[in-house]
Design a protein around this ligand. Structure first.
Ligand SMILES: Nc1ncnc2c1ncn2[C@@H]1O[C@H](COP(=O)(O)OP(=O)(O)OP(=O)(O)O)[C@@H](O)[C@H]1O
Ligand SMILES: *[C@@H]1O[C@H](CO)[C@@H](O)[C@H](O)[C@H]1NC(C)=O
Ligand SMILES: *[C@@H]1O[C@H](CO)[C@@H](O)[C@H](O)[C@H]1NC(C)=O
Length: 395
């Protein structure tokens, strides 16, 4: 049985942004020196923007090009390092020019790479990414590194020092054998676990069983549960994974939905159909506001037809409304979002503040080519209302 970490900060959630903002200053804490351990993928991304996606056998030219570090874990930890946290990355590269580039770039961003495994032989992971400037899609062709990471690559002493003092451990579902060893050790040390569930993968289910928090891509909940709607799938996930406190599904420009488990729903709690409940909540969204906002429901018994029910609270977060001329590339938007969610957990933000903050960080990322160029730094004025105000008020 997992020991649950304190979750008290989220009990103070309020339903409007203005109340959230006033409360945040006193209830959140500056996570500046918090340690985050990440285990998962790193890569070199070769990004090419094209005016329109090519047909097979076409010959076309790129309109812009960038070679830059990538990989879910590499990106999310870079996001956190730029926000001022101490980040330790567990992954593997080969001793080739790409592998050295991956490590140099992470170090330049302040990510601790001393737990990275460098293979003398083999090749480092790399990804070709075609960004279509018309449809704003990013098509990825990934080649995993070789040889793959195995648990024996990481000596027990390194594993223990990597997790020493960690506030949270994050896994992107890659390197599943190693990830499971790291996650099991994190559980032993009472370190909460966040999983990025991008798509069903080998070994992911074992990791999910250890998770406290799950963030998934739009297609994952239905694909993993077989439920016919996303809200029903979220109920199903909370039933199948009794340790998780919340699950978030990100929906690109349509923002995100979060289902938070409530433990304290009394017998008088309203019983509702989750699909209808979400629909009526989403209607309350003010679509004319360009900045990310978040609205929440009351605690209710949320029923999913044919699946079951959980006591919980729904949150609907909007994405930033980015003018087409400023929307450059969505590669890694999910990683930026997750980095910000991890920051928010460490800072004990309310869920409303967390989701608005994450959409701001992800929106900043979308304004530049590549998974990392647009990731904001701690002093970025766009994050001012979330970070700077708090620092000055606590100083
Ligand atoms: N076109 C967009 N405009 C504004 N915000 C966006 C856009 N696309 C993504 N975002 C922001 O990023 C968040 C995550 O995006 P998305 O759901 O596409 O993640 P993802 O599919 O996991 O991405 P990736 O795999 O490329 O990292 C969204 O919830 C939203 O806040
Ligand atoms: C994308 O298209 C816009 C308008 O069609 C153009 O102004 C911009 O230069 C293009 N960007 C790239 C990188 O191709
Ligand atoms: C939406 O927000 C805008 C700007 O804050 C405000 O002027 C407008 O009245 C709001 N609309 C609704 C329906 O709440």
């Amino acid at each position: 049985m997992l020991l649950q970490p304190s979750y008290s900060a989220f009990r103070f959630s309020t339903s409007t942004m203005s109340r959230t903002r006033r409360c945040r200053v006193t209830m959140s804490s500056d996570p500046q020196n918090a340690v985050v351990v990440g285990c998962g993928g790193v890569s070199i991304d070769f990004l090419a923007t094209v005016a329109a996606y090519p047909k097979p056998d076409d010959k076309i030219r790129s309109t812009s090009l960038k070679v830059q570090g990538g990989g879910n874990a590499g990106n999310a930890l870079t996001c956190l390092a730029r926000l001022g946290l101490n980040t330790r990355l567990i992954s593997k590269v080969a001793d080739d020019s790409q592998g050295r580039g991956i490590l140099d770039e992470l170090q330049a961003d302040g990510v601790d790479t001393s737990f990275m495994v460098v293979s003398k032989e083999g090749t480092s992971p790399f990804t070709y990414i075609i960004v279509d400037n018309q449809t704003k899609t990013r098509t990825c062709i990934h080649t995993p590194g070789y040889p793959p990471m195995i648990p024996d690559d990481l000596p027990k002493s390194s594993l223990l020092s990597a997790l020493d003092g960690a506030k949270i451990a994050y896994f992107d579902g890659r390197l599943p054998d190693t990830a499971l060893v790291v996650a099991n050790e994190a559980v032993r040390k009472n370190i909460p676990i966040l999983i990025d569930a991008e798509r069903p993968r080998e070994g992911l289910d074992d990791l999910l069983k250890l998770a406290d928090y799950v963030v998934c891509s739009a297609k994952f909940p239905k694909a993993w549960t077989g439920a016919s709607t996303v809200p029903q799938a979220l109920v199903s996930m909370l039933l199948m994974l009794p340790n998780i406190k919340f699950v978030i599904v990100t929906l690109g420009k349509d923002g995100c939905i979060m289902l938070e488990r409530s433990l304290d729903a009394g017998p008088s709690t309203e019983e509702v159909d989750i699909d209808n409940f979400l629909e009526s909540l989403a209607l309350k969204r003010n679509k004319t506001v360009p900045i990310p906002t978040c609205i929440s429901s009351s605690v209710a018994k949320l029923k999913a037809e044919g699946i079951g029910e959980v006591s919980g609270k729904l949150y609907v977060g909007t994405a930033e409304s980015i003018p087409p001329s400023e929307l450059i590339d969505t590669t890694g938007a999910g990683d930026a979002f997750i980095g910000a969610v991890i920051y928010a957990i460490c800072a004990k933000f309310t869920p409303e503040t967390m989701l608005s903050f994450a959409a701001n960080v992800a929106g900043a990322k979308c304004r530049d080519l590549g998974a990392r160029s647009g990731l904001p730094y701690r002093a970025d004025p766009r994050l001012g209302s979330f970070i700077l105000e708090k620092i000055s008020s606590s100083a």
